[in-house]
Write a protein that binds this ligand. Structure first.
Ligand code: C2O
Ligand code: CU
Length: 546
């Protein structure tokens, strides 16, 4: 085997009927989800991405890949590269240095929501065995799906009055869903707009053989929804999260937040004379989207034969105790624990709030709503273009003594900034994410926070306001899981620790597409002086035009 994977990809808009409703989707080589990259730890991946979107730029982020030594291949438009223009071919080259389940997706505007995403599976090196066994390996990406274009969504979000994207029309299992066409008034719709006979419009079906064990690599790339995944009548054992082994945890259903990946083992140990539902339900927000359904098909039953049973409806959408409990139950696997440093050098507390700035609705951390610079930070910092972004550091904390997280955000002094946190190279940094009430009474949302370029230890989750004296004493410093994406639960806090040891510029943001678009993110820089010579392929915008 040559440890080098070369791929030629073409990104293009095509009409698809993923949930039976005709919609333009961005495909890679004709597919959404795009092709799965299957590689082995240590391999080099080279992707030549051709932008055939005609009137739209593009950038692809390799979610969960740390890009050690190649920060310019992180694919984050505005941070690590200029966007690629229509007709251009952009080359991404990086090493997959750790086994596990990862993702890729567009990282430009709200483009991910248009369907540009897929999976990366990295297997362990030859001679290394995993601490669990299974007969087959299957991939399931969960997503939510909107019928509006990302442009309509983005325009609404940045208008006065504000137009919210609303709840998704469908939930997709590996790119397949089913919209209820009968709710459309047929007289007014274009012929063929909702086409239940289109071959795209058939449920995801996974065929299993009785007695065999399946590793399901389940990930979520939803634009908005937190999800619960369940296979009717079957337990699952969680064994991996974001590329790290989990102390085996048996569950009936899995809560999964946008940007997370899990491997679960499922044994086909039920009555093999019938099929079972695979069901995805919205949690954390009052569902207005029907259950997403796929078929767990026992060979030799027909793969599309619907079970006659009622599909699982998942836990109560507002059962936050259930979600906290499952988050807390995920621990690093014995024998594979990478212990965190016992202390940190810096603590950054980030209050998550909804804000209004000049009449626009925004999300902010510590009352600062993030805006992108025109010149990507990585280039600006390497080339000393200090006038391209705000040189002052965003706040390290918020006025916690005087802030009531349970009342409607008052939004004092909310501002825009493109300032960044500059971290001392090799220092240990703690992040405390603090949730709060939104602009609606008695409402707090779940935010999945994703860090580029690193894995962090999840030191703890709590309810209410973080107590900076007592809560750190309860941190799990023994067997915390390492992840790259973690939920911040409603009215709660989440504490993380990471080492700033990867030279580059890295986004840390809410993985909800509209929240990040509305400013819910920050940027970290560390060791940028150690970054090698930047490829000219990432330049061409802002102050980098040559
Ligand atoms: Cu998967 Cu910055 O995102
Ligand atoms: Cu969010």
């Amino acid at each position: 085997i040559i440890p080098f994977h070369y791929r030629r990809w073409e990104a293009k808009y095509e009409y698809k009927f993923l949930d039976c409703y005709k919609k333009l989707a961005i495909t890679i080589n004709g597919e959404t989800p795009g092709p799965t990259i299957i590689a082995q730890q240590g391999d080099t991946i080279v992707v030549d991405l051709k932008n055939s979107l005609l009137t739209e730029n593009v950038a692809i982020h390799w979610h969960g890949i740390r890009q050690i030594g190649t920060p310019w291949s992180d694919g984050t438009e505005g941070l690590t590269q200029c966007p690629s223009l229509p007709g251009e071919i952009h080359t991404y080259k990086f090493v997959v240095d750790r086994a596990g389940t990862f993702l890729y997706h567009a990282h430009y505007g709200m483009q991910r929501s248009a369907g540009l995403y897929g999976s990366i599976h990295v297997s362990v090196p030859n001679g290394v065995t995993e601490p669990f066994s299974y007969d087959y390996d299957k991939n399931i990406i969960l997503n939510d799906w909107y019928h509006q274009s990302t442009y309509e969504q983005a325009t609404g979000l940045s208008s006065i009055p504000f137009v919210w994207v609303g709840e998704p029309q469908s939930l997709l299992i590996q790119g397949r869903g089913r919209y209820n066409c009968s709710v459309l008034s047929t007289s007014s719709i274009e012929a063929g707009l909702c086409n239940t006979t289109n071959p795209d419009c058939s449920p995801y079906s996974m065929t299993v053989v009785s007695g065999k064990t399946y590793r399901l690599r389940i990930s979520s790339l939803t634009s908005l929804s937190a999800l619960n995944f369940e296979i009717e009548g079957h337990n699952m054992t969680v064994v991996e999260a974001d590329g790290h082994y989990v102390q085996p945890l048996i569950i009936k259903n899995l809560n999964i937040y946008s940007g997370e990946t899990y491997s679960v083992l499922v044994k086909a140990d039920q009555d093999p004379s019938r099929n079972y539902w695979a069901a995805v339900n919205v949690i954390g927000r009052q569902p207005q989207t029907p259950t997403g359904l796929g078929i767990f098909n026992y060979y030799p039953n027909h793969p599309l034969k619907s079970p006659t049973t009622t599909p699982p409806t998942g836990p109560l959408w507002n059962d936050s105790d259930y979600r906290f409990a499952q988050s807390l139950a995920i621990k690093a696997r014995q024998g594979y624990i990478d212990p965190p440093p016992q202390n940190s050098d810096r603590v950054i507390t980030l209050l998550n709030t909804q804000n209004r700035i000049d009449g626009y609705t925004k999300w902010a951390v510590n009352n600062v709503s993030f805006v992108f610079p025109n010149t990507p930070y990585l280039i600006a910092l390497k080339e000393n273009l200090t006038d391209t972004f705000d040189q002052s550091s965003p706040p390290e904390n918020y006025d916690s003594a005087n802030y009531d997280i349970y009342s409607i955000a008052k939004n004092p002094n909310a501002t825009y900034s493109n300032g960044i946190y500059r971290l001392e190279f090799n220092s240990t940094v703690d992040i405390v994410l603090q949730n709060a009430n939104t602009m609606n009474a008695n409402n707090s949302e779940t935010h999945p926070w994703h860090l580029h370029g690193h894995d962090f230890w999840v030191l703890g989750y709590g309810k209410g306001k973080f107590d900076s004296v007592n809560d750190p004493k309860k941190y799990n410093l023994i067997n915390p899981i390492k992840k790259n994406t973690v939920p911040l639960h409603t009215f709660g806090w989440t504490a993380l620790r990471f080492q700033a040891n990867n030279p580059g510029v890295w986004a840390f943001h809410c993985h909800i597409e509209s929240h990040f678009y509305m400013g819910m993110g920050v940027v970290f820089e560390e060791g940028v002086e150690r970054v090698g010579k930047l490829p000219t392929s990432i330049m061409g915008c802002g102050e980098t035009k040559s």
